[in-house]
Design a protein around this ligand. Structure first.
Ligand code: NAD
Length: 475
């Protein structure tokens, strides 16, 4: 039984739900479904624990946070297995990248917390202003299922390192590694009440959490419509909203072709395509469009799909049947809209017997897509690539910006002037140039338009997880 963690105690709930391995249909665990009263108890515990944690000397607090990083690093193998079983993500990614990155989240923010400083504003010899970053209080950390451990720790690490306390609600579809994190947090010496976990559905457990008046911050990662709903219903709180995306990849004929091809494939098919920053709208200059489409489809066809626990698998199972229905529904829409299906489009036929109930989709490629089609405009959140031709810089910028989202963007070109022009004009929170989303934890991560508000990462996480106070001294 996966229990809630409230005030340092593992607590069952009257109701439970199951978490299932999406690749096999195997029930992995019964999970306690936190009631509104249990959510209130978790928030109250976090509120009580806040003063002592906030006032702990930063070096001591950072040591505990670092220890949590060490414990994750020591348990990468077990955590990766749990994450892969719970989500269908390929083990090569959970073990090589996503879980190790979670340990780094704690190391990084333990260090950042020690370096937190403010500004001074002297006014002649009359006054001196200085600023203090102070912890805010109880933070609700709400996470989606697509890379749950990495996303959850990306929030937990700065939240706790900066002296706040937390109530985490992981997605009901992927609770296992968050449960493990709770155990490691206690082992690391995080005091009772500082880090709490409540499990359950968004409309029940999540709703009770966001409406609680003792919650001061909501750091939310998930869908745009959920984010809007939370902002409309949570009352006066600080929000960080990391929402959906439909990120453009702009490939010019002067690029390093092989690198661009590789990166475009990785950008849409890694993490099963269930990736907020997926390069899911691939714009290719007309002069290389036909060759690129043929090469892209041929490479997509060769990607191994199947058992996520197999190190050679590159695309595993989608998270659930409803999500599989959504993704394959979009494939049907693409065909109806008149786009040309040149790879994938269906469930693999060579799945092993134990994977027959899994939610697999072969890497799918559409060509001759126009930017107004639904498959080009809406977030599919699966392994479905759309290839759209463009004439020139103005043409691709117009189409890239003609979308409700603005999370990541990608540019492949050897023209430095173009890099700067597009850098200024692209409507996105992030532009990766000649690079496949290589993240540095200091960079601001986040989006504009329907992709969210606020930035997390490096000192930008201070804006979410600390309150800025100005002290003005008359001299
Ligand atoms: P979702 O919005 O359905 O759920 C996200 C989390 O919110 C879950 O824990 C869910 O239980 C909870 N939730 C749902 N309704 C709630 C409510 N009314 N009150 C409080 N909590 C509620 O999203 P999902 O399907 O789990 O994740 C996929 C989405 O997440 C995609 O749109 C993807 O782009 C986005 N995402 C964004 C980023 C980013 O950094 N921008 C990263 C990963 C995923």
């Amino acid at each position: 039984m996966i229990k809630n963690l409230i005030n340092g105690q593992w607590v069952e709930s009257k109701e439970t739900f199951e978490t299932v391995n999406p690749a096999t249909g195997e029930v992995l665990a019964e999970v306690a479904h936190a009631s509104p009263e249990q959510v209130a108890a978790a928030v109250a515990a976090a509120k009580d624990a806040f003063p002592a944690w906030a006032n702990m000397p930063v070096a001591k607090r950072s040591k505990i946070i670092e220890r949590l990083g060490d414990l994750i690093a020591e348990n990468v193998e077990e955590l990766s297995i749990l994450e892969t079983k719970d989500t269908g993500l390929p083990i090569y990614q959970t073990q090589k990248a996503l879980v190790p990155r979670a340990a780094n989240n704690f190391y990084f923010f333990a260090e950042m917390a020690k370096q937190m400083n403010g500004h001074t504003y002297p006014v002649d010899d009359q006054m001196l202003n200085y600023t203090l970053h102070q912890p805010v209080g109880v933070c609700a950390l709400i996470s989606p299922w697509n890379v749950p451990f990495m996303t959850g720790t990306w929030k937990t690490a700065p939240c706790l390192a900066l002296g706040n306390t937390a109530v985490m609600k992981q997605s009901e579809l992927s609770p296992l590694t968050t449960d493990f994190l709770g155990k490691l947090a206690l082992e690391a010496g995080i005091p009772a009440g500082v880090f709490n976990i409540v499990h359950g559905y968004g409309a029940t457990t999540g709703d009770a959490l966001i409406r609680n008046d003792d919650v001061s911050v909501i750091s939310f990662t998930g869908g745009t419509s959920t984010g809007k709903h939370i902002i409309a219903n949570a009352g006066l709180k600080k929000f960080s909203m990391e929402l959906g995306g439909k990120s453009p990849v702009m490939i010019f004929d002067d690029c390093d072709y092989e690198r661009a091809l590789d990166a475009a494939l990785f950008g849409i098919f890694s993490i099963n395509g269930e990736r907020c920053t997926a390069g899911s709208r691939i714009f290719v200059q007309e002069s290389i469009y036909d060759k690129f489409a043929a090469d892209f489809a041929a490479r997509a066809d060769k990607i191994s799909v199947g058992d996520p626990m197999d190190m050679d698998t590159k695309v595993g199972s989608l998270i659930s049947k409803p999500h599989w229905d959504k993704v394959t529904g979009y494939i049907n829409i693409g065909v109806e809209e008149g786009a040309n299906l040149i790879a994938g489009g269906e469930k693999p036929t060579d799945l092993s017997a134990d994977m027959q109930n899994g939610h697999f989709v072969r890497p799918t490629v559409f060509r001759d897509v126009t930017n107004d089609m639904r498959i080009a405009q809406e977030e599919i959140f699966g392994p479905v690539a759309v290839l759209i031709p463009f004439k020139d810089e103005a043409d691709v910028l117009r189409m890239a910006n003609d979308n409700e989202y603005g999370l990541a963007s990608y540019l492949w070109t050897s023209d430095n002037g173009r890099v700067h022009r597009i850098g200024r004009q692209i409507e996105a929170g992030m532009l990766f140039v000649n690079s496949q989303n290589v993240r540095d934890l200091r960079q601001p991560f986040g989006g504009i338009k329907a992709s969210g508000t606020g930035r997390e990462g490096g000192t930008y996480s201070f804006e979410v997880f600390s309150e800025l106070k100005n002290v003005c001294i008359s001299m």
